[in-house]
Design a protein around this ligand. Structure first.
Ligand SMILES: Nc1ncnc2c1ncn2[C@@H]1O[C@H](COP(=O)(O)OP(=O)(O)OP(=O)(O)O)[C@@H](O)[C@H]1O
Ligand SMILES: O=C(CO)[C@H](O)[C@H](O)COP(=O)(O)O
Length: 410
């Protein structure tokens, strides 16, 4: 057995993990490894290989953790693609790993899917007659332990739920990223996990819309019949209402997707009314507003500067209450005919956390082929992505400033 010596300027006890090809040890001391701190070679962050070990140390300031909750087929993956694009760089599954991994890694972000914490595989759930939404089919102790470890900058060996086979595959090694997104059915269900989140989002898709989206995808891409899709939605409904839907009360931002009110008795579900519900008083998060912060506004932007075909576009903005919390709500009903004209709408929105004029429009044009690009789902997902970048930068700045302040205080 090799003895590894790592020199670092930071204490390794809480910020590093060590893994052999078969196991990850969180924290220290592992008996074959000697650590010196402070040492000769300064390193704030990185993975060190000292055969057969990989030693991973946290970024200064730790990992920012974002939670994204929604039912299956409600646009989480689409949202994730918009979010990672805001940070630049492509998000890909871990290189050389399990081809059925659910994880997506980019330079800044790592997105892990909480389906990986299913404690019962497809066959176990069938035998015990529980759905994947039931907390009894999920390992919240492990979820908490591993999200906490990653937040503290410690790498983990995370299980993989294989959606192709329905089985639990051997774990994959996940290094602590700058931003960790945990997406899935239950990011806000367990209070211990919820308390680790720096920001949380809930995608609230009304039943009518969820049904239309699921039919589109599961019939076209997964070969399911209309009847089996209906049956699966019905079978999941009681557990969805009991365990998934209540999480929206904890979310810092909710994107609610409803049928349009612009077409009387619409049953096509093509035109959508989308609300962005933003909690007030959340640290590092200033809600977006239309025209005048705190006022109640109704705006039809169609006319000379925005082309609108039937049934048009209507925006609304104002203060409200949501599960007893003070919120600001921005609403868009209808869809854009020409995305390049979105700049007109963008110029009337404030607190967008853009880095330059027109960044929202640029992002929307860049991904015009993503679902929801012509309506409020794409617009609000893009805006939330920009707010998360801003939140991350503020947290980083506050951590960087902290030691300076401490010095000043003396
Ligand atoms: N904003 C949108 N507008 C219209 N359709 C959408 C939108 N978002 C998602 N969809 C539809 O819903 C389907 C599911 O979207 P997506 O894969 O992003 O959801 P998901 O929550 O990640 O699903 P799962 O958890 O089952 O993998 C897409 O194939 C698309 O047809
Ligand atoms: O709700 C889900 C999460 O997206 C899935 O239904 C759950 O993960 C089980 O997956 P599968 O049906 O592939 O076994």
């Amino acid at each position: 057995m090799a003895i590894c010596t790592v020199y670092t300027t930071q204490s390794l006890n809480s910020t590093c993990s060590i893994s052999t090809p078969t196991k990850t040890h969180l924290g220290f001391h592992h008996k074959q490894v000697v650590f010196y701190s402070p040492g000769k070679k300064a390193s704030k962050r990185g993975a060190y290989t000292c055969n057969p070990y990989v030693i991973t140390c946290a970024a200064a300031g730790g990992t920012v953790v974002i939670g994204l909750a929604a039912d299956s087929g409600c646009g989480k993956s689409t949202f994730m693609r918009r979010l990672t694009s805001v940070f630049g760089g492509a998000a890909e599954p871990p290189k050389g790993g399990n081809p059925d991994s659910n994880t997506l890694i980019s330079d800044t972000t790592t997105v892990i899917c909480l389906d990986d914490y299913h404690s019962l595989d497809r066959y176990g759930r069938k035998e015990k007659k529980v759905t994947a939404l039931d907390p009894r089919a999920n390992d919240f102790d492990l979820m908490f332990e591993q999200v906490k470890a990653l937040k503290d900058g410690v790498a983990v060996e995370k299980p993989i739920y294989n959606h192709v086979t329905g089985l639990l595959d051997p774990p994959e090694f996940i290094k602590p990223p700058k931003i960790l997104v945990i997406e899935g059915l239950h990011p806000m269900y367990d209070q211990r996990v919820r308390d680790l989140l720096d920001f949380s989002i809930y995608l609230d898709i009304s039943n009518e819309v969820k049904f239309a989206w699921k039919i589109q995808r599961d019939m076209a891409e997964r070969g399911h019949s209309l009847e089996s899709i209906k049956a699966s939605i019905e079978a999941r409904k009681p557990d969805f209402d009991a365990y998934i839907d209540p999480q929206k009360q904890y979310a810092d931002a909710v994107i609610e997707v409803l049928p349009t009110q612009l077409i009387p008795d619409d049953n096509e579900g093509r035109v959508l009314r989308v609300k962005l519900i933003m909690k007030e008083g959340v640290k590092y998060f200033n809600p977006v507003y239309l025209f005048d912060e705190g006022s109640t506004i109704s705006w039809i932007p169609c006319g000379r500067k925005l082309t609108c075909s039937y049934p048009g576009i209507k925006f609304a903005y104002g203060p409200d209450a949501y599960f007893g919390n003070e919120v600001s709500v921005l609403e868009m009903d209808g869809q854009f005919d020409r995305l390049d004209e979105l700049i007109y709408v963008e110029s009337h929105l404030s607190n967008l956390s853009t880095k330059f004029y027109g960044e929202v429009t640029q992002q929307m044009l860049k991904h015009s082929d993503f679902p929801g690009s012509s309506n409020g789902t794409g617009l609000f997902q893009t805006i939330v992505g920009l707010k998360i970048r801003d939140l991350y930068e503020q947290i980083l700045a506050s951590k960087a400033a902290a030691p300076v302040q401490a010095t000043k205080a003396h």
